[in-house]
Write a protein that binds this ligand. Structure first.
Ligand SMILES: Cc1cc2nc3c(=O)[nH]c(=O)nc-3n(C[C@H](O)[C@H](O)[C@H](O)COP(=O)(O)O)c2cc1C
Length: 194
């Protein structure tokens, strides 16, 4: 089956380190792998409104930003959250996109959870801090979201940097990028299930 990778860029600036690292990793994808790159800053979603107790969510029109992101999500075999570390977790743009999953889960006729189950979630992040364990909240957010959705989780590719281009000096991250998407992505589990 052809794999279709959706790269969701969560930085609030263009040409940042997270995108640079994600592109390095993507260069190693096997030929024939489809890639789609979408910047969440260029395609801003509205704040998520929780309608769960009030009314049904309706499928957003395909012509709008939400509908476009929904269709891109449903179409992908592999979803790559490429978010910088902001306040130890995903960026606000990324979090807002994930919040919309809650609406899509409750949109009649979408089968959002059943469609994503068995597909793979990946993460790429760059942080200024030298000690990578401060990114554990971001890793937990992505792992637990994948576990909730019945998805596979390929883990998070971590890099270090602050100014644009810094990550190109992180030789460890560039080495890890070469094999990142070749690693196994087991079904995600919550910590208490292991
Ligand atoms: C709003 C904001 C919050 C940040 N929070 C953290 C943080 O919690 N820990 C950290 O190590 N770096 C933090 N940084 C630094 C960024 O992770 C770092 O500059 C990274 O390169 C930004 O990603 P980008 O280059 O892809 O835009 C923060 C930067 C911004 C703008």
């Amino acid at each position: 089956m052809t794999r279709r990778f959706l790269f969701l860029l969560g930085s609030s600036r263009t040409g940042g380190n997270t995108e640079t690292l994600a592109r390095r990793a993507a260069e190693q994808l096997p030929p024939g792998t489809e890639q789609r790159w979408l910047s969440l800053a260029e395609h801003p979603l509205p704040d998520f409104a929780d309608l769960r107790r009030d009314s049904d969510h309706v499928r957003p029109p395909a012509s709008g930003t939400e509908g476009m992101l929904l269709d891109a999500t449903l179409d992908a075999t592999d979803i790559v959250i490429a978010s910088p570390l902001y306040w130890y977790s995903v960026s606000g743009l990324t979090k807002r996109y994930l919040d919309h999953w809650s609406g899509w889960l409750r949109t009649p006729g979408l089968d959002f959870k059943a469609t994503l189950a068995g597909r793979t979630l990946w993460g790429v992040t760059v942080l200024a801090h030298e000690e990578q364990e401060v990114a554990d909240p971001l890793i937990g957010t992505l792992n637990h979201s994948a576990a909730y959705m019945g998805m596979r989780f390929g883990g998070v590719l971590l890099g270090n940097g602050s100014r644009r281009g810094d990550v190109l000096n992180d030789t460890g991250a560039l080495t890890r990028a070469k094999t990142f998407f070749a690693r196994e992505a087991p079904l995600a589990r919550f910590p208490y299930e292991r």
